[in-house]
Write a protein that binds this ligand. Structure first.
Ligand code: NCD
Length: 310
């Protein structure tokens, strides 16, 4: 068993199956800590974590902040959504500036694919990709795997359909890789304009219609990412919703529904689905803190898994 943690977490490809399981096992110990009245452990006391977010975020930033704080790190969050900071020199200068504080980790979200990889070249800190353009969002995939492992025990032979705007989704890319690596059978589904050609090479099948979705154990729904669309990929959101929206009547018994958030209520998911008990969306959000604690812990502290964390 290798289960070596990478120095940087840019892609799910940086982890083998044992590595993923190691993070999930560690996350379980932090889930237990989070049930205590005092939710903090001293693991990163005296160390600094910088969150550098060039794109809007609610869940990912708040959970990375909370994760680092619960590990007792000093946390600095820099948000520059909407600023003119761009790729290249200016990102490099920002990273150099923040690196002067000698952070143990830099967590970076950027609208540019490849940004996390670049940051890793410019700093001595461990770099965690919190979403780079349409490329990857590995910690989202880890929390999704964690949520599914808790629900089903294992992902082996689980049938997972990922429905919606696959083309603009870094979550889809990281999830396909992670779910397949954990033994699941993955199908992506959406309008042909939103399914990238060659997506099957990541380890999935593709479908242009929802026919056959009743065979899925898990329906993972994606947001229509209009902010990344440079042209009209669907005639209108209403017409998209007419064909692809996951409403209660689409679902067969026993199926669970996931979504990375934020949800466009009434577009990709019907309100009744979001609010039903088959939606695992709140469980995903909760898992976000535990899994991000585990990622920071394993990258910065490491040690045999399941050792006492307090
Ligand atoms: C996702 C993202 O930002 O890539 N959200 C998230 O991190 N929870 C998905 C999305 O924005 O649709």
């Amino acid at each position: 068993m290798s289960a070596l943690m990478p120095r940087h977490l840019v892609s799910i490809d940086d982890l083998d199956r044992d590595g993923i399981e190691r993070v999930l096992d560690r996350a379980e110990t932090f889930a237990e800590v989070s049930g205590r009245e005092i939710k903090k452990v001293p693991a990163l006391r005296g160390r600094t974590v910088v969150n550098l977010f060039y794109e809007s975020s609610t869940r990912t930033l708040s959970s990375f902040e909370l994760a680092a704080k619960r590990l007792s790190a000093d946390v600095v969050s820099v948000r520059s959504a909407g600023s003119s900071v761009d790729k290249g020199e200016s990102l490099k200068d920002t990273v150099r500036t923040l690196s002067a504080y000698d952070p143990a980790a830099i967590v970076i979200r950027s609208p540019h694919a490849g940004a996390a990889q670049l940051v890793a070249r410019w700093t001595d800190a461990a770099v965690v990709n919190a979403g780079d353009g349409k490329h990857e969002h590995p910690t989202q995939a880890l929390l999704d795997v964690f949520t599914l492992r808790r629900r089903f025990g294992s992902l082996d032979d689980l049938r997972i359909w990922i429905v919606g705007d696959v083309a603009h989704s870094r979550v889809a890319r990281s999830d396909i890789l992670a779910f397949a690596r954990m033994g699941a059978a993955v199908t992506v589904c959406g309008p042909p304009t939103l399914i990238p050609r060659g997506i099957e090479t990541l380890g999935c099948e593709s479908s242009a219609t929802l026919d056959g979705i009743e065979e899925a154990d898990v329906v993972y729904v994606l947001r229509m990412q209009q902010e990344r669309m440079t042209q009209a990929f669907v005639p209108s959101l209403r017409e998209y919703a007419d064909v692809y929206q996951i409403g209660p009547t689409r679902l067969s018994s026993g199926q669970v529904v996931m979504h990375p958030g934020p949800v466009n209520r009434g577009v990709e998911l019907a309100s009744a689905t979001i609010d039903s008990d088959r939606a695992l969306i709140s469980e995903q959000v909760k898992a976000g803190v535990w899994v991000r604690m585990a990622v920071l812990y394993e990258m910065l502290v490491g040690s045999p898994v399941l050792a006492a964390v307090a």
